[in-house]
Design a protein around this ligand. Structure first.
Ligand SMILES: Nc1ncnc2c1ncn2[C@@H]1O[C@H](COP(=O)(O)OP(=O)(O)OP(=O)(O)O)[C@@H](O)[C@H]1O
Length: 416
């Protein structure tokens, strides 16, 4: 299989019943939900709120959106709400060119709208997505950083084959930085909700998405970019759901000497090197992709820790104790381990309700096989290959973790 070959159509749900739409089993483009494709459900998704770090509003590098109380920089701008989100209207034309037709979603950092580009080269209107950054100095600056990364990624992919959402242009409108992208249909959190709640997607769909994600990661690596916020919410698919693109480069940074912070990446998808305070690099994104692939296949979060300390315990319950060498290098190791490098679980005393530390020794790793059992109809060889890929992605030590080139040539991806 040519890993760079475009994807043909496939169905995503595990069974016709579960899909609630028998069309999903066909290989035609009627795979979508048809009329009234869902507007993003992100803003009222309780689950989504829970995946952020200890900090209430998630983590943005350079303080971007990290529990920031946003002061509207210009209270005379009565088109903004109190939090600096732009109060757009349907039918409104931005930049004399983009007519807003629907909403795509809302994040900590922006509102994303669907718009018609009325000034295309061909003369036919085309749909675009416009990310309207909140009117706030910190977010504006962060938006400019995102722009630098987007330009780098698009410049290095002239043929649009690397599965990163296509950045088209930028403009400033009523004090908001606006980023224009190709418009996609829905994010994978929504796909999972619609087609795979609690039971996940078909392994063939997971494989197709995995391949495209690794192509995106390879592109990021070639450009020296770390995404730092890979999660199903930041993966978009087209209407046929056979093309996936990575989006939201708002946390992305160039690899190199970056600030050590225990809250980078949404918590469930956060690699152990981040939590322990080691230097980090491309393997951190591989870890997040691994968490997402497991979640896509099973419909369940692999490491649903409510705190960083719980996350480390869950990591060890799957993979066994951390290598001592790794722990010795961590800037935050002493928050979670004693002097002899035994794990200290932070728990609530049932009587006093105060936080106490409990020493945990002899943590035994699980066999990944018990977590991935395969679903009826799955090719056993493909299931075995998937397990093997997962085992290699979840090396606690980032230096031993599967790298993106190895991932692209892994039998689960190549089918060989
Ligand atoms: N090009 C696009 N096409 C379709 N939908 C999109 C597009 N870009 C973004 N969206 C939708 O808008 C949501 C928010 O986008 P994005 O993550 O870039 O914004 P954000 O403000 O940085 O959010 P977050 O709070 O997650 O960091 C996405 O999860 C997705 O549902």
């Amino acid at each position: 299989m040519d890993v760079y070959a475009p994807e043909s159509s496939f169905s995503v749900g595990k069974s016709p019943l579960q899909d609630g739409n028998t069309c999903l089993q066909s290989t035609t483009e009627t795979v979508g939900l048809g009329e009234g494709s869902p507007k993003s459900e992100r803003s009222n998704d309780m689950f989504r709120d829970d995946i952020f770090g200890e900090s209430p509003a998630g983590v943005r590098k350079s303080g971007k959106g990290d529990s920031i109380t946003v002061e509207n920089s210009d209270l005379n701008d009565n088109w903004d709400d109190a939090e600096g989100y732009y109060g757009y209207r349907f039918g409104e034309i931005l930049e004399g060119r983009y007519e807003i037709i629907a909403s795509h979603g809302k994040g900590v950092f922006s509102t994303v709208v669907r718009a018609k580009d009325l000034k295309t080269k061909s003369g036919d209107p085309e749909e675009v997505a416009i990310k309207i950054i909140r009117n706030n100095e910190t977010m504006y600056k962060a938006g400019l950083e995102e722009l630098v990364i987007l330009k780098k990624l698009v410049g290095a992919d002239p043929e649009n084959r690397r599965h990163c959402v296509r950045f088209l242009s930028t403009f400033k409108y009523r004090n908001h930085l606006c980023l224009v992208f190709e418009s996609l249909h829905m994010n994978l959190r929504e796909v999972l909700k619609k087609f795979g709640r609690n039971i996940g997607l078909k392994l063939t769909a997971v494989r197709a998405y995995a391949k495209q994600l690794f192509i995106a990661l390879k592109h990021l690596k070639n450009c020296g970019v770390l995404h730092c916020d890979i999660k199903p919410d930041n993966m978009l698919v087209n209407e046929a759901k056979n093309v996936l693109k990575l989006c939201d480069f708002g946390n992305a940074m160039f690899a190199g000497k970056n600030e050590i912070t225990p809250y980078l990446v949404s918590r469930f998808y956060r690699a152990p090197e981040i939590i322990l305070g080691l230097t980090y690099d491309h393997p951190l994104d591989i870890w997040s992709v691994g968490c997402c692939l497991y979640e896509l296949y099973t419909g369940k979060v692999l490491f649903p820790g409510p705190t960083n300390n719980d996350m480390l315990r869950l990591h060890m319950e799957l993979k066994g104790p951390f290598p001592k060498k790794m722990l010795r290098k961590g800037a935050f190791t002493d928050q979670h381990f004693d002097q002899d490098l035994n794990f200290l679980s932070t728990e609530e005393d049932p009587v006093t309700k105060k936080a106490i530390k409990r020493l945990i020794v002899n943590i035994k790793p699980k066999d990944f096989g018990t977590l991935i059992t395969g679903s009826p109809g799955d090719d056993p060889k493909m299931v075995a290959n998937f397990k093997d890929l997962m085992e290699k992605v979840f090396f606690l030590d980032p230096e031993k973790r599967l790298n993106v080139s190895q991932a692209l040539s892994h039998p689960f991806i190549t089918g060989k």
